[in-house]
Ligand binder design. Structure first.
Ligand code: UDP
Length: 357
């Protein structure tokens, strides 16, 4: 496809590089790299304090949004004074003429609402499943009024919205696999990676490894301190080793020797970047069959899918994973489906359709 001038508008819940944005941070970065490799030029607008190497970055000051997953289904749409979300989109408005396409990465009402007011087309990459009535309504409205402008990461995520989304594109995700070393032999620990927050269900992974007296290394931003303390006090003897929040390359090296990654989401996990990051290192994934992981893990081949919320099922999978799963198959799956090139192809096809319609 012809080379495009692309403007990415980042999440409004945290600066890039802090981990507060969750999987969106790596998704945006990977997409920028993948599309630059295809000859497109990319500029990123993101909250002040962001870091993003090798990509043109415009930092915008202002107060952050509250994360949507911490609010209820009936929540009202709110913005703080001097909103970074408002400021980023105001900036995008003033420079839009210089771009062929704008890509929105924020799970916020405002950019969807603004779609008709912009002259440059906007593609929305929706990063989470259905969380509130107001978001469902505006996303569905844009999906039907501006067909093909909405993309998601999994089928399950798309299906969570009500009314049903029309003409959505499932992009899955893509990763710079050269950053993830393949590790053929495991060391004696299990891994859990993610924002430490209730929707990620850390307590179930802890309960399962505690059954074996095994070690669980945990990586990720502690987004909810009270929840973290609660999990630890519920399982005082569990061998949890908190490893902090690491940059991608360091995380990959540390994660690679794990026996398995355990993913225990309590929500419709839109995709689960960490599942692919583990597979890329040859680490099998044991996950609840809920949301994205259910579409990623090939149960019995690259890990195990377990009935959601069934800790006994997790225990059964943990007991057999090391013996039964071939780590090289895990790496192969990542290479085949989730490389940057595979992702770039899917995203270019999406852009072409937006620009055509
Ligand atoms: N992550 C990281 N360093 C860490 C732990 C996690 O960079 O120490 C990143 C990880 O690479 C992934 C993101 O945090 O991209 C979590 O994304 P995921 O899609 O799994 O879940 P989300 O947070 O979006 O719900």
């Amino acid at each position: 496809m012809r080379s495009l001038r692309l403007l990415f508008v980042s999440t409004s819940v945290g600066a890039l590089g802090t981990g507060l944005g969750g999987g969106v941070e790596l998704t945006l970065k990977n997409l920028a790299i993948a599309l630059a490799q295809q000859g497109h030029s990319i500029t990123v607008i993101a909250p002040e304090g962001s870091t993003l190497e090798g990509v043109s970055l415009i930092e915008i000051p202002g107060n952050l949004q509250i994360t949507a997953q911490t609010q209820g289904r009936q929540t009202l749409i709110t913005m703080p004074e001097n909103s970074v979300l408002g400021n980023m989109w105001n900036y995008a408005r003033t420079v839009q003429q210089g771009y062929d396409l704008i890509v929105n990465f924020a799970y916020d009402w405002l950019p969807f609402y603004l779609t008709p007011f912009f002259t440059t087309p906007i593609g929305h990459l929706v990063s989470m499943g259905s969380l509130s009535e107001a978001m469902d309504q505006i996303i569905s409205h844009v999906a039907s009024s501006y067909p093909h402008t909405i993309a998601v990461h999994s089928q399950a995520q798309a299906e969570s919205f009500e009314p049903r989304l029309e003409f959505v594109r499932n992009l899955q995700n893509g990763f710079d696999l050269s950053q993830y070393p393949f590790c053929a032999t495991a060391q004696d620990f299990y891994a859990w990676v993610g924002r430490i927050a209730p929707e990620k269900g850390l307590e179930d992974a802890v309960a399962a490894i505690d059954h074996f007296g095994a070690t669980l290394k945990v990586w990720g931003v502690i987004q909810d301190e009270a929840y973290w303390n609660e999990v630890r006090s519920r399982y005082p003897k569990a061998k949890i080793e908190y490893q902090g929040f690491l940059p991608t390359a360091e995380l990959a090296i540390a994660l690679a020797p794990a026996i398995a990654l355990i993913m225990t989401p309590k929500w419709v996990e839109a995709f689960g970047n960490v599942a692919i990051e583990a597979l890329a290192c040859g680490v099998p994934v044991i996950a609840y069959a809920r949301g994205g992981p259910a579409e990623i893990v090939r149960s019995g081949e690259t890990g195990y899918l377990v009935e959601p919320d069934d800790v006994t099922g997790l225990i059964g999978a943990i007991a057999q994973v090391e013996e039964t799963i071939d780590r090289s198959r895990c790496r192969q799956q990542a290479e085949k489906q989730y490389s940057l090139a595979a992702m770039a192809d899917r995203v270019e096809a999406w852009f072409e359709q937006i620009l055509k319609s």
